[in-house]
Design a protein around this ligand. Structure first.
Ligand SMILES: C[S@@+](CC[C@H](N)C(=O)[O-])C[C@H]1O[C@@H](n2cnc3c(N)ncnc32)[C@H](O)[C@@H]1O
Length: 245
């Protein structure tokens, strides 16, 4: 069976194993992706923030600590929304159980739209980008990360343990649906080239301020072998863009 969008995260076994992996020692999300995302973000003091595919809203916790005015997390998984609501008791937060595709984006509302590792589940990135553009106030920021296109191009090199020793990059310019065998399930993701991400953002009116491939920083790792392994291939692609005045 193939799981699209959030549906894999509503399988309890998948959900618990995902959370355990997400926060394991030397987790690439924590050691590589998060520090780069925070380098890209504006000062969020007093910001109204929308987080798409918020998961358990650990990002919300950080943004609220940094004195944003409000944090709205949207996620299509019931398990994730429950975990996010338990996690964040702050009255400035709102957790919405909805897919990004179905969420009704209010016009000219947010100072920052952020998304960590959720947009590669979206088939129609252009329509979503247009909604994000419309929901932002002018001169405000859209920052997001996705699984790096070198990884989503092909999942042929995955071993039974889920760990790759070498990586196959194939069918790179054939964008579209891929099925990743991940945490014991077949999870649907959408591959796009770096150029496609860039041109979709540009076509929808955004100015791209920064693009990052999140090179690992040695001092973020305790295990030098893990650091060397992470130096072999990029895991993440991040963009920071702005709605012009
Ligand atoms: C890899 S997790 C990342 C969670 C969180 N952003 C983080 O970095 O910890 C991907 C998240 O995207 C959510 N998701 C996937 N497709 C979605 C969709 N179409 N609409 C809303 N959420 C979606 C999943 O439910 C899951 O919580």
């Amino acid at each position: 069976m193939e799981y699209k969008g959030s549906s894999a995260y509503d399988q309890d076994r998948f959900f618990e194993q995902y959370i355990a992996r997400r926060y394991r020692e030397e987790s690439p999300n924590e050691r590589i992706e998060k520090p780069v995302l925070f380098e890209l973000l504006d000062d969020v003091t007093d910001y109204e923030i929308l987080d798409l595919g918020c998961g358990d809203a650990s990002l919300g916790l950080e943004l609220l600590k940094r004195q944003c005015r409000s944090y709205t997390g949207v996620d299509g998984s019931k398990n994730m929304c429950e975990r996010a609501s338990e996690h964040l008791k702050d009255r400035r937060r709102r957790i919405v159980h909805s897919t990004m595709e179905e969420y009704s984006f209010p016009l000219l509302t947010y100072d920052l739209v952020v998304s960590q590792l959720a947009i590669h589940y979206i088939e129609d990135f252009s329509t979503l980008t247009n909604k994000i553009y419309e929901t932002l106030k002018v001169n405000d920021q859209f920052a997001f990360s996705v699984q790096h296109p070198l990884l989503t191009s092909s999942f042929e090199s995955l071993t039974a343990s889920g760990k790759r020793n070498n990586w196959i990059v194939d069918n790179y310019f054939h964008s579209g649906k891929r099925v990743e065998p991940w945490i014991g399930e077949n999870v649907v993701k959408y591959h796009r080239t770096i150029e496609e991400y860039f041109s979709i953002l540009k076509r929808n009116g955004f100015i791209i301020d920064d693009l990052r491939e999140a090179a690992p920083q040695k001092d973020h790792f305790k295990d030098i072998e893990e650091y060397e392994r992470r130096m072999r291939i990029p895991l993440f692609l991040l963009f920071s863009c702005r709605k012009p005045c």
